[in-house]
Design a binder for this molecule. Structure first.
Ligand SMILES: Cc1cc2nc3c(=O)[nH]c(=O)nc-3n(C[C@H](O)[C@H](O)[C@H](O)COP(=O)(O)O)c2cc1C
Length: 257
């Protein structure tokens, strides 16, 4: 398989075999992962590989009790990390300018890039992954469980293991709805309807196929996929609450000066 074929075959894996991942294979994947570009080659991220069962039980709660956190042999948490770099600056008698939001974003971008490199490396050897959005939305809980010091913030994470399922490929919005040539071409109503036409059908079918979501959708009386997104899945109040929580954590972690 070429790299492009492999990327096209990606699907998130939520069911795993119990088989452990050999240490040398994990090492290879991580070595490939850290070849990702990083801002100034500072590599302002840390990767936390969690195997320990009792830690994964604690993380299970922080990750909204998604069972793949318990079932997959490994959980990887990619953190924005200026702690290490700032320590190096200190012992090198260099000024420290990295206690602000700009620095958090630089480190977060580094962390996301390395995570996707690790994900692709893992998939290239037959492993499966599924990202966990709760890594960031519950960053305070995840940070506490993983003993993260100041200037370290969990940004993305995923389960890793041998797939015990082969789900169907999920649809994507059409490429020409996502790519702009030369300059941004804004959308009119008709174009938006066209871009989301297939998604409205596929996404609705998918969410209605999960008994828990189906009940939530029916009980809330929503009529289309767009309403599912903002009335059921990502409500204004929950997003505001997560925003407050994340901003407080960034301040506590010394990134908001
Ligand atoms: C940042 C991020 C967070 C995600 N969080 C979750 C999650 O908490 N639970 C889950 O089952 N899938 C999660 N996913 C996986 C997405 O649902 C999935 O990538 C998307 O539906 C497309 O499906 P595919 O990856 O199989 O192509 C997340 C993906 C990303 C990029």
């Amino acid at each position: 398989m070429t790299i492009i074929d492999q990327i096209h075959a990606h699907r998130s894996i939520r069911k795993y075999k119990p088989d452990p991942i050999p240490d040398d294979l994990l090492q290879n994947i991580l070595e490939a992962g850290i070849r990702a570009s990083s801002s100034g080659n500072m590599q302002t991220y840390s990767i936390i590989v969690t195997r320990d069962k009792s830690l994964r039980e604690q993380l299970h709660k922080a990750h909204f009790e998604q069972d793949m956190v318990l079932e997959a042999p490994l959980l990887l948490t990619f953190c924005a990390d200026f702690h290490r770099m700032r320590h190096w600056l200190r012992i090198s008698n260099a000024p420290d300018n990295f206690d602000n939001f700009m620095s958090f974003m630089i480190a977060a971008i580094d962390a996301v890039l390395v995570s996707q490199n690790v994900a692709l490396a893992a998939e290239s050897v037959g492993l499966g992954i599924c990202y966990l959005g709760s890594t960031f939305s519950n960053c305070d809980q995840v940070g506490k469980i993983l003993d993260l010091p100041e200037n370290v913030v969990p940004v993305v994470g995923f389960t890793l293991g041998y797939p015990a399922e082969q789900p169907e490929l999920r649809d994507r919005l059409p490429l020409d709805g996502l790519v702009h040539h030369d300059k941004y071409q804004d959308y009119n109503d008709g174009r938006i309807a066209e871009i989301y036409r297939q998604r409205e059908v596929k996404g609705w079918e998918r969410y209605m196929s999960y008994p828990r979501l189906r009940k939530l959708i029916i009980d809330s009386g929503v009529e289309n996929l767009a309403q599912v997104y903002t009335e059921v899945k990502y409500s204004r109040s929950s997003h505001q609450e997560f925003t407050r929580k994340v901003l407080k954590y960034l301040k506590d972690q010394d990134f908001m000066n």
